[in-house]
Design a protein around this ligand. Structure first.
Ligand SMILES: Nc1nc2c(ncn2[C@@H]2O[C@H](COP(=O)(O)OP(=O)(O)OP(=O)(O)O)[C@@H](O)[C@H]2O)c(=O)[nH]1
Ligand SMILES: [Zn+2]
Length: 195
């Protein structure tokens, strides 16, 4: 496939850099199995980092009034991101909940999962990913509260470094009623963590 610069990343530049990395690790970038690798990595990065060219407003497009003022929670949203320290994946689940404001402003359920992807498809740390999702919902829907919980395994902690497979990092970001009201937060947490 011919590379292009139409997407969010500069693919020719990535190709050059990957070729350099292959040389630097002592590989032969011209051997058969590796000839296409720089272009493949460039295309993969286009996908992996597509979120850099997207804004939350691009995905939180459908906002409507439904008169529902109780908690809405989408749990177990599969998540793949890239650790900004080592550029290796971290992956797991995101749980996103909010309480609509008194106008009952809600968004499409799929939009919450799309929003997670906007921020996951960037070089990230899990804490920032968690709060960026919460803040985007807070700003767009102006809900009474938002809760975002992310559980993830970081390959930089399992395949290298400290090598602790199975260790899970759990982060949360709470805004509004979820921050101020213990019972509301406890209800959300039991829905999220109860299986
Ligand atoms: N807080 C936080 N830390 C992360 C995340 N992803 C990776 N890290 C950590 O970032 C740290 C980077 O530490 P450094 O000492 O600069 O790098 P390093 O020598 O490769 O560290 P080790 O992974 O311990 O070998 C490591 O402790 C990682 O576990 C994340 O999403 N959030
Ligand atoms: Zn890392």
């Amino acid at each position: 496939m011919v590379s292009s610069t139409n997407g969010s990343v500069d693919q020719p530049r990535i190709e050059k850099a990957v070729r350099e990395i292959l040389l630097a690790i002592g590989e032969d970038p011209d051997r058969e199995g590796l000839q296409e690798t720089p272009a493949r990595v460039a295309r993969a990065y286009e996908e992996q980092f597509a979120g850099l060219a997207q804004r939350p407003e691009d995905v939180l497009t459908t906002v409507f009034e439904a008169g529902h003022e109780e908690m809405v929670l989408v749990k177990d949203i599969e998540l793949y991101s890239t650790c900004e320290h080592h550029l290796v994946p971290f992956y797991g689940s995101a749980h996103v909940g909010y309480i609509p404001n008194n106008r009952g402003q809600i968004t499409g359920l799929s939009k919450l999962a799309r929003l997670v992807d906007v921020y996951a498809r960037r070089p990230q740390v899990q804490e920032r990913l968690t709060s960026e999702v919460a803040d985007a919902i807070q700003t767009t829907l102006e809900p009474r509260g938002v809760i975002v919980v992310i559980e993830a395994e970081h390959l930089c902690m399992t395949m290298r470094g400290v090598r602790k497979p199975g260790a899970k990092t759990v982060t949360s970001a709470v805004r509004g009623d979820f921050r101020n009201r213990d019972r509301t937060r406890a209800e959300a947490m039991s829905l999220i963590l109860g299986h």
